[in-house]
Design a protein around this ligand. Structure first.
Ligand code: NAP
Length: 297
């Protein structure tokens, strides 16, 4: 029987010149003031083969404050100059509580400078528009992003939580490609399978970064139908259900890159177990149907 197994090979980030790992580590939940735990997480990510690091200017809002996750990561980077060159650093901007969104050229230009300052780096590898601002024409968004690329502040451009038509409209005003999109994707959130996000990614060579690949933790453990199937699948390959959940995301032919959200170094390290899990079609679709609670026709 043919099985699907996620590739552990590094790959180009869409049409960019950046090469990234098949798994990313994300900092939405990064907290604290001490850099030692951050360094432990960075080292754990490296041990798992992860080179793609995802943050956003908003991370920390609602807790220690807007910009604090970038600033803490930036302080950890500043303590060891060798780290930065081993990473592809992705951040995002455009969520501006309480507005809640601003992608005006003036705002994005200032936001990119502010992210560079907090991260203490010279260039952002991937800059993503975090959510669509309905009140800014994509021509204006594109203008600010083009100036950031031409000014050497950003290497590549991406979007997050954008419908395919929104990505296309922005692309229409850019001379450089949008290299990535970042939808929520897991067995609990499969909208991107149906709304054209993953089809557009495959057709146009756009990399897909999946946020909340464990459903924010809801797929962990065996107490939901999908969680229990994932735990069972993992046990067949000697790993836990978390590894199976990441593998499920990666099995999609768009070569989806799950963003691991754990802030526990042992769990970040264990994310490489995902490469051990294989899927038959029947097993993969069974998890999907358990996650959505809907039987496929
Ligand atoms: P997730 O991987 O779905 O969930 C992470 C949560 O699951 C953490 O609270 C983690 O706790 C918990 N967890 C993981 N393994 C566990 C285990 N074995 N046992 C118990 N708990 C476990 O991802 P996420 O944090 O929601 O999102 C991942 C990343 O996606 C973020 O960091 C961010 O970079 C990105 N993101 C983007 C957007 C967007 O709008 N673009 C939105 C949300 C997130 P521990 O830390 O204790 O392990």
């Amino acid at each position: 029987m043919t099985t699907i197994r996620p590739s552990r090979e590094p790959r180009p980030l869409g049409k960019s010149e950046l090469t990234v790992s098949p798994i990313s580590w994300g900092m939405w939940r990064l907290e604290g003031t001490d850099t030692a735990p951050v360094r432990a997480l960075i080292d754990a990510a490296f041990e798992a083969g992860i080179t793609l690091f995802d943050t956003a200017d908003i991370y920390g809002f609602g807790g220690p404050g807007f910009g604090t996750a970038e600033a803490l990561f930036g302080r950890a980077l500043a303590e060891d100059a060798s780290l930065r060159d081993r990473m592809v650093i992705a951040t995002k901007g455009g969520i501006t509580p309480p507005a809640p969104y601003d992608s005006s050229a003036a705002y994005l230009t200032a936001a990119i400078d502010a992210s560079l300052g907090r991260l203490r780096i010279d260039v952002i590898d991937l800059y993503q528009i975090h959510r669509r601002d309905f009140l800014t024409h994509p021509h204006e968004v594109a203008g600010a992003l083009t100036r950031a690329v031409e000014g050497g502040k950003v290497r590549a451009l991406g979007v997050s939580n954008h419908a395919p038509a929104e990505l296309s409209a922005l692309q229409r005003f850019l001379d450089v490609p949008i290299v990535s999109t970042q939808p929520e994707f897991s067995a609990l959130q499969v909208a991107s399978l149906y709304d054209g996000t993953l089809d557009q990614a495959m057709a146009d060579d756009v990399a897909v970064l999946a946020w909340s690949p464990l459903g924010g933790g809801r797929l962990v453990g065996g107490d939901t139908p999908a969680g229990s199937l994932l735990a069972e699948q993992g046990s067949t390959y000697g790993v836990d259900g978390t590894a199976a959940a990441l593998s499920w995301v990666m099995a999609h032919p768009a070569r989806v890159i799950p963003i691991v959200g754990s802030q526990n170094p042992a769990r970040v390290r264990a994310s490489a177990d995902a490469f051990k899990v294989e899927w038959t079609r029947e097993q993969w679709y069974a998890v999907m149907q358990a996650g959505t609670g809907e039987k496929l026709p």
